[in-house]
Design a protein around this ligand. Structure first.
Ligand SMILES: [Zn+2]
Length: 239
């Protein structure tokens, strides 16, 4: 049921922001927190906790044993969340994984990659979500996170990709995502409240950028005008 609900919300966004939509683009896979964390770590997720082990994938692969045996990793395992995986990046990720010198870890992650490949099938993107461990996580994953990851897919499929302009713009990708979630929930007036409630600095910035998007879109009253404003922002940032 939550899958249908999330899909109909994505469809509504597509209509109201003049975006292309195809229901087959939206797939998901439940994964362990361990695999979620390791995938984020190997990807270039800019979370400061991973940055401590290297800013580039090369450095992170070198330090992966150190990371897996650290208190940081234990702390990360308490998290829950999700991300999108991109089929075009699988090959590169596999190359990185093959450079891990801990054989057990290398085999484990290669097996995980195989599982991803199968689930992608013909799709370009796949939402990865951690399997919920309790009621609270279940509610969050199904009500918000699946939708959040699918909004990323919708935007990517429509070439609204800020971090493709430059890595440093990735806050816009999260900001527009939170903006669209709040748009669906009718909570755009509460963005400042969400910002002030958030303790984690990285996530606080998502709301700061959501507020920028709300400013940009505030008087755009048709799907066409909304899309145009977003595309104009992208071309400005490209300059
Ligand atoms: Zn996100």
């Amino acid at each position: 049921m939550y899958i249908q609900k999330a899909k109909s919300q994505i469809k509504k966004l597509a209509k109201e922001f003049d975006l292309e939509y195809n229901p087959i683009w939206f797939k998901h896979l439940w994964i362990s927190v361990r695999h979620e964390i390791l995938t984020e770590y190997i990807g270039t997720c800019p979370d400061p906790i991973y940055q401590k082990y290297g800013k580039t994938t090369e450095q992170r692969i070198k330090n992966i044993n150190k990371f897996v045996n650290s208190k940081d990793f234990q702390d990360c395992l308490k998290r829950y969340g999700g991300q999108i995986s991109q089929k075009s990046e699988l090959k590169q990720e596999e190359k990185w994984i093959k450079k891990i010198n801990n054989e057990e870890l290398r085999k484990e992650l290669l097996k995980f990659q195989e599982k991803l490949k199968k689930r992608f099938s013909k799709n370009d993107f796949l939402a990865l979500l951690t399997t919920p461990r309790n009621e609270r996580e279940t509610k969050w994953q199904m009500k918000f996170l699946l939708r959040h990851e699918w909004i990323h897919i919708l935007l990517n499929k429509n070439k609204i990709q800020f971090q493709e302009i430059a890595k440093k713009y990735w806050y816009y990708d999260e900001g527009i995502n939170e903006y669209l979630g709040a748009y669906l929930d009718g909570t755009l007036k509460n963005l400042e409240k969400f910002r002030d409630k958030e303790d984690y600095p990285m996530e606080k910035r998502y709301w700061v950028y959501a507020i920028k998007l709300r400013e940009l879109l505030k008087d755009k009253d048709t799907p066409g005008k909304r899309k145009m404003a977003i595309l104009n922002l992208i071309s400005q940032l490209k300059k």
